[in-house]
Design a protein. Sequence first.
Lengths: 462, 1491
Amino acid sequence: MSDPKGFLKSKRTEPQKRKPSERVQDWREFTLPVSDLGLKEQATRCMDCGVPFCQSGTGCPVENLIPDWNDWISQGRWREALESLHSTNNFPEFTGKLCPAPCESACVLGISDDPVTIRSIESSIIDRGFESGWVKPLVPTVRSNKKVAIVGSGPAGLAAAQQLARAGHSVTVFEKADRIGGLLRYGIPDFKMEKTVLDRRLWQLEAEGVAFRTGVCIGSDLSFSELQKTHHAVCLTIGAEGPRDLNVSGRDLGGIHFAMDYLIQQNRTVSGLPVAGEKITAQGKKVAILGGGDTGSDCLGTAHRQGCLEVFQFEILSRPPDARATSTPWPLWPMKLRSSHAHEEGGERRWSVATTGFRGSNGRVTHLQLIEVETGTKTELAVDLVILAMGFTTPTLGGINAEKNLKTDARGNIVVDARYQTSVPGVFAAGDAKRGASLIVWAIAEGRKMADAVQAHLQNSI
Amino acid sequence: MVALHSSFPPAQGLYDPTQEKDACGIGLVAQIRGIPSHSLILDALTILKNLEHRGAEGADSKTGDGTGLLVQIPHRFLKAATQKLKINLGEAGSYGVGMVFLPPDEKQRKEIEQWIERITSEESARFLGWRTVPVQSSVSGPSARATEPVIRQFFVESTQGARGLELERLLYVIRRRIEKVARSNSYFAIPSFSSSTLVYKGLLLPDQLQNYYTDLSDPAFESAIAMVHARFSTNTFPSWILAHPYRYLCHNGEINTLKGNLNWMKAREGNLVSQVWGEKMTDLLPVVAEGQSDSACLDNLLEFLILSGRSLPHAMMMLIPEPWSGNPSMDIDRRGFYEYHAAIMEPWDGPAAVLFTDGKSVGATLDRNGLRPGRYLITTDDRVILSSEAGVLPMKPSLIRKKGRLEPGKMFFIDTLQGRVIEDEELKAEISHQRPYRSWVAQHQIALDELPDPTNVAQPTHRRLTQRQRVFGYTEEDLKFILAPMAIQGEEPTSSMGKDTPLAVLSQRPQLLFHYFRQLFAQVTNPPIDPIREHLIMSLATSIGPKANLLGEAPEACRRIRIKQPILTNVDLQKIREIPGPNFKSKTLSLLCPVAEGAQAFDSHIQRLCSEASAAVREGYKILILSDRLTSRDLAPIPSLLAVAAVHKHLIDECTRPEVGLIVETGEAREVHHFACLLGYGAGSVNPYLAFESLTDLANNGHLPEGLDAVTAHQKYIKGVGKGLLKIFSKMGISTLQSYYGAQIFEAIGLGSELIEKYFSGTASRIGGLTIEQLGTETLKRHALAYTPEKLTTLEIGGDIHYRIQGESHQWNPETILALQHSTRTGNAKTFAEFSALADPDPNQIGPTLRSLLEFEFAAKPVLLEEVEPAKEILKRFTSGAMSLGAISREAHETLAIAMNQIGGKSNTGEGGEDPVRFNSPSNSAIKQIASARFGVTTEYLLSAQEIQIKMAQGAKPGEGGQLPGHKVDDYIAKLRHSTPGVQLISPPPHHDIYSIEDLKQLIFDLKNVNPLASVSVKLVSEVGVGTVAAGVAKAGADKILISGDSGGTGASPLSSIQHAGLPWELGLAETQQTLMLNGLRSRVRVETDGQLKTGRDVAIAALLGAEEFGFATAPLIVEGCIMMRKCHLNTCPVGVATQDPILRKKFSGKSEHLVNYFFFVAEELRVLMSRLGFRTVEEMVGRTDRLKVRSLESHWKAKHLDLSPLLYKPKASSNSKNTKKSSELDQILDQKLWSACQAALERKESFKAEFEVTNTDRSVGAFLSGQVLKKFGGAARAPVEMRFKGSAGQSFGAFLVKGISLELEGEGNDYVGKGLSGGRVSVLPPENAAFSAESSILVGNTCLYGATSGELYIAGLAGERFAVRNSGATTVVEGVGDHGCEYMTGGRVVVLGPTGRNFAAGMSGGIAYVLDEDTRLSSRCNLGMVELEELEDEDQKELLELVREHARSTKSRKAQALLDSWPKSVARFKKVMPTDYKRILAARGESAHV
């Protein structure tokens, strides 16, 4: 057992990052691996709580057995840690790199100290797993002769696919894009997660028997009814792609783009894939990013790397406090100022600012018209490129709904019952399509739970 | 004592008459040369009257609990009395006298009398006639009169002229036959039927006996031997028959192992063979009649052994052996005797002082631990007077030749035929040599260690192992929290903060059968033992094999395999399997059941197993191995406990159980509790093969610390199990495995009556539950999970101990903790409602607790909320749990006290004392707890209390002591506890002044003397029988009884205790309410309950079940910031609640306002419920179970079989009203005189001197005085008060005496002299004209100076056991002490100018003792676990000289003077007993002990 006083002996240390000046020169990941010793020390800070809040409703959605793998790491038992990690999370490498880590904000140590570096430990465990060749396909020994279709290849779909394939079912994942991965493929910049990370996992899924069909848009390329006819169950993990727009004057000017269009292009470029349509780049430009969230931050990092002249990020809400706001006491997800790696790399952040319009010439945007929310002061800012990163609204059901008219809620999300089944029997949904745009970890969690439900459904059906 | 008699009410609700207990005062007078006299009878009756305070009176104050007298046949008297009746008695010894209780109904009586006459004539005997014993019924109380029998004597002689033993045998056969015919009549009993002894007894108070039986006053009524007994029973139900003495003995104590003893007796009836009895044997069976008290059972067996040919002392040595296995200095032949007999007879274990006689010789013996007092004196005219107390018979000092005490495990024996006292040593040597027992043992027993190594024992692959582990429900937690820690530390793991998971029967997960069983524990009527510090009396040694005929003495009767402890390794078991030859031929029986046959086949497989066992016995196998080794996908294991219990019981019923040894080879057992269950239900030894394989696997994979190989890990694991087992035995007051076997010291919860009766009969299971088939279903569920394909490679994570979202549900989980903290911090009632919704049972799901299965029966007409009494009134009924300062931080402790004072409730100090600066401040704790260690229990502390709480047991670890690790003892804690910083502190398992109910009565009396204004409460823990104990506590004078639940939190406790000991408060509370109502005692006391109370709903249910006050502990801690880390024992609490680490304490963020919010929220919730239930006050609610009903339990596959109606039972019984006020015992005490004598002088600040007479009924002398002095003048007596006393003082002389007062006692003291001494000064010296030698005579009793914090005590003579136990600051000089001297001492000075008993300085962690080592054998009698013996340094010598001088000055001690006369020589013979830790800490701090 690890040292019960570990937390009194060591302070939290975050994993090292590459220097901002260096990392903006390329598209590679910015974090550096943590040494075994350092990691062990950090894991020993885990107090092995009687009630681990990292595992609660306010903590890790995928119910990672955090105290258990911390304990194993503190003893150098990497394989057990990996096994434990995989028992709750199909893709710890995704969450280890991309998750905002609600587990850490719920960590008991965080009451009066800095929480355990849970995310980087998770990340290191799975990295070690791949490096050591411990991550192997788990090919089912018994097959069920049941076919399952999964629509959408983001984290929810992939998690469900893996779970169901391992249970012995024939699983096919349908993806409308040309490559598998959804947002993981084209939404997340490489400097946060290189695509090889995704590819090595997809290889495992394929080896476990998951079939991938890309470039198939259900509802247009293949009818939903057809899909239902040929499968015992259909899972919708189509995400919530609809971007929130800003309907102000000048919106139709050139040089104003949705964040996802911007990021997809760059991701394709980094992967050496062709880009269709107008090329969006920040190179040599003054850039404004509207929206202070994670997507905005991804755009910021991308703009730096593309070689922008200057970049601004605007947020309509006021500047949050530096530390946890009293309105969100431990262990709730804290309201507080968060700064990402991209902010370290440069750019200017402004809060309490709303965009009232765009001004341009020659059909291209030249100025942003702004208003200070609190004072009402109006200003203008000269820009060449505007990225709209104000979040996502609803899943894009398109042709599917034309055929089936799935029940949705007021926000347009697909409604499911306690067993993840939609209003259409045999059709299941999970992830952003069901809960609205959210975290990757929620997508994985729901993908797994849906898979359990599908499994039960298949067992009960003849 | 367990007693069942038809005069008790029948079992109803949760009341069960088999739980009745008692304790007593005993006495004996004998003329050594056997010269009978009437004055001896009068002496015995005087003793009885002076023991009256040890007995008790019931709700009817004229009726006692029973009393009696045993004498030699008063031939002269009877001859005269029968002459008038035309009965012609022969010479003395030629006839037998039957004393018989008969029904008042003429017809019934005649019928029984005819039977008696007829049976007599059918044997070779002549019936001589009847004599009605004259009695004065008017003397007795109304309840006694209501059940009074007709008492007659009858006379019988042998037609063959039989005399002596032969005549006794004849009378025995006649009596047994009569008893079988007439037993069903509730009035009938034959108190005695003998040619040498006669018993007069009845349901009387001690001073009524003589007036009731007019025979006793006749001058012709003579005897040379008289034994008396005054009973203190927990109940108030009249029973004439339960009065002692029995025919051969009277007993003060309790046989804890009774169930097992009776089972074994029953089992061996099949192979009882004796030439003495021949065919008559069938008339004698059963030897021990059913449904009697433990004392009566013991009496039956003693009688049987004696009449079958063993001598009286021989039989006693078999039944209550002294500790021998752990005593290397015992004579080898005596050891041989015990070893030989251990194979034949299991000890009857428990605290006991037994007086026994056959009418010619008479003796007394004490249990191995000496837990009952016994003092004797021998006079110059050859009389022996022995009693529970000294001074019960006034005696001129000049007549006293010797004073002594009964010593643990020793026998005191008088042979009136030889006319002398035979010393223990001589007596036992003679018996040990009457046969060559030692060489028989050497010849026929083999030691397991000496058997040859077996052929290969294989270790499974990791994968196969994992699969097996899954079959038996292993989780990662089992490896992490149980197996690995045990292998690393060699002891069972510790945890904290209680149990908040569901009862096994309410869990949704498959549970092991073990988890339906809860360990029972001793409280009040019987003390637990400290198995660590008093290890010398504990034993795990045992042997495997058949048991021989009880009545024979064949050399090969001891043919068995000797083992040191009951856990067999895989190698051990293989060795046994490979023993060649017929003597230990073993057969393995399979516990497996085909999965395909389903749960319904389980029962038939158990039947199959039982018949296979019978067949194996018939075929001559000597060892049966029940094995579940070969599990597979198709074969599931029957729960090993079920299998063992079934086979054990089956073979007992068949009377073949003694013919085989029973070994269990199981993968199921891994925790200490599992082993305890298996052994407690009949397994002889256990091979937990899977636990060993798991440890090997951990070691092979490098998961154990470096250097810990598999074999060492196994050994340490076994050691840990052994320690844990001893702790479980000792909780019940049992000291050896031999007597624990089959003793069934468990209560089941959630098992159905059919299952219990069939396989676990005699085990309480009060709310029904599962059938055998459902147990099968549960096993198959687990088995199915184990073979779910994708899960083969790993274990489930667990979650029983630490919360895991995937695991078992916990009441305290992230959601409830969060909601409680957020609501109380913001004062937001809505958030609190969210908390309650989470904490209260979900209407759609079965909750974790019994109360969650209940719901309210709301009133048709609710009352308006405004009419319900205000929250402020309700809050007065709230208390906070006893959490010691030391367990929790100063900040947490004070914040809680402040909050409780703010709301008008009461906080509780816990057992760690309290800073005196808090005593009159807003942070004073209203309840001052007094626990076994008496930390900081000073007179001032007691005076600051509104309520004084005696902690008998604690929910999380009932029956156990505690330990505050050194790292939690900082300067502040040490100051409050009068100890040394950094040195660990031990709380003993028992209160050493409470070994029985009459002792508790004495402590309550002490406390009331010190602080007459405080109420006294007694904290008990829920278990079967707690209601009966509560009734006894009420009779002992307590004002309040707290029934604690099993789930409460704690600073640190063995994991198995947290999980498997104690029962839910709902059961204990309901049982208490019902039993007190039945006894008419409910109105005498208030009742409180605690144990995870959280919400208004919990409080409402507690009130309806019978509580009027309510305790909260875990919830307030959580409000203060606790987040259930379960790390209290590690001192690493990260929120500063349960830690003394200054860095962590800074993190404490609790506020009293938050607590105030919490309690108001709860009270307001309660008010809403009250209005809906139609109650305006809590008072109206108490006990209104008609307002509760059981929820529908259909949705839960296990819970639906429960029957909660006993919980809601309402006895039709005496009123609940408040009219039976107790009279104050304080009006008449000697201290009133003392106080009024000196008060005026003190007011004038003048010194005071006076002299008083004192007798043994003057108890707690000085305590009341001290309380008054301190209250009136503060601090200390403002001028010296010197009081001299002459005579024999009662118990607790000088207790809690404060500074400035000195008491000198010329005469003798009883137990507890100087208890709690708080600065006062006491000296005890022999009378000037004493004929006995003071330095070799016992002058004061047991447990003197217990818990003393300061002051001085000088004793010019010997003291009893446990002298200066838990002394933390007093200085004392004594001239010799009994066993366990200076036990657990943490401070002060003890000088012993003479012999010390065994186990000196056990657990002593502070202070210094100087011992005159006259025979240079101190080191062998000293427990060197925590101390070392040193030579005295200069400073020590100086200090010693001062003390010896002071002693000589105070007591005129001849011994002290003699030592002083040759001081340089004397001082060289002293040894210094120095605690090792204390020395180390002093050295580290650069301090000297002499400051």
